[in-house]
Design a protein around this ligand. Structure first.
Ligand code: AVI
Length: 325
């Protein structure tokens, strides 16, 4: 009985209102253990992700930029007059700049990101580079509904969600996100969205297991962040990066595997790990053009056009069902 009480005390984490602490603790006491991928992107994680996008094995960024550059005039021709471009997760405006350069009809640009670190800096540079465009950066968690700036209330909207970040959502969450984006962007809005494609598993495997080990560092940084911000004592040398393609579910899975039996203190709780036990840190779903269009249709969007280089796809969707037209 005394041991049971002791064990319960040990397992009970300190109460918290902070979402990061609450999500980390809930994920580590869950079975199987998992952590939300949105927490990868602190300052160190964002810098590592930036390095990932330049790796020879990580094709999605290069592919998407190539598709946007090659088709910018065609994409821009779908934009309504005097519109606002709303980018979900627009921490850096690298890809939006391609559209802003091609679409003279954009009056306002609203980058929305959970981290304000780069937003303000980037907004200042954008205002210099595109003086005709008003820039309204918004620090928000775009996975949840939020209010758009009043200044763009009267403008028709174009949503932009590049990078295949939609693939980091579970399909039901992707559907929920597309629905809430539809509500925010309004009837007849356009949505330009980048989606990574199902392909040869070796290409996918290599993209998440780069030779330089940057993706491994990116994955392990999540534990380093928990140590830094929550005073936890993860031994980074006792966890390994695992990434593999789950063909049955069309997704890359990333895990952090404990190399041995160990205990870790996190926010007043002790978390036990068996040797080989993993923390599931990310899914990156891959779609076919048809499977993504089916998901979009089921979420209130009508597919209008798609551009692809065979590896990656950029979809234009319209917020209107065919029946409404
Ligand atoms: C941001 N997201 C689309 C990336 C992906 O490919 O799923 C995150 C990433 N994880 C490991 N490498 C890149």
């Amino acid at each position: 009985m005394a041991r049971a009480v002791q064990a319960a005390r040990r397992a009970a984490p300190a109460a918290t209102n902070d979402p990061f602490t609450a999500d980390v603790v809930a994920g580590l006491v869950a079975k199987p253990k998992s952590l939300p991928p949105k927490y990868f992107y602190d300052l160190a994680g964002s810098a590592l992700f930036d390095r990932i996008t330049q790796l020879p094995e990580y094709y999605p960024t290069r592919s998407e930029i190539g598709i946007l550059q090659a088709n910018a005039p065609a994409i821009a021709s779908l934009f309504p007059q005097n519109c606002a471009l709303v980018e979900f997760g627009g921490g850096t405006s690298r890809k939006a700049r391609i559209l802003l350069g091609a679409a003279a009809t954009v009056e306002a640009y609203v980058p929305v990101d959970i981290s304000g670190d780069f937003l303000q800096q980037d907004a200042a540079q954008l205002r210099r580079d595109f003086p005709r465009v008003e820039v309204y950066p918004l620090v928000e968690d775009f996975t949840k509904p939020f209010a758009l700036p009043a200044a763009i209330a009267a403008l028709p909207r174009v949503g932009f969600f590049p990078g295949s970040t939609v693939g980091n959502f579970e399909p039901h969450e992707a559907c929920k996100f597309l629905r809430h984006a539809g509500t925010m962007l309004g009837d007849a809005a356009l949505f330009v969205i980048g989606v990574d494609l199902v392909k040869d598993s070796k290409i996918l495997y290599d993209a998440y297991n780069d030779a330089e080990g940057v993706t491994a560092k990116f994955n392990l940084n999540l534990l380093a962040r928990i140590n830094r911000e929550l005073g936890a004592n993860f031994n980074l040398g006792a966890f390994e990066h695992h990434a593999f393609y789950n063909t049955a579910r069309n997704r890359i899975e990333m895990h952090l595997a404990s190399t041995r039996r160990q205990k870790v203190r996190v926010n007043g709780a002790t978390v036990d790990f068996r040797a080989g036990e993993t923390i599931h840190t990310e899914n990156s779903y891959k779609y076919t053009i048809d499977s993504f269009q089916a998901l979009a249709r089921g979420s209130g969007w009508t597919p209008l056009k798609v551009w692809t280089d065979g590896l990656f796809s950029v979809h234009a969707l319209v917020n209107k069902t065919t029946e409404d037209r």
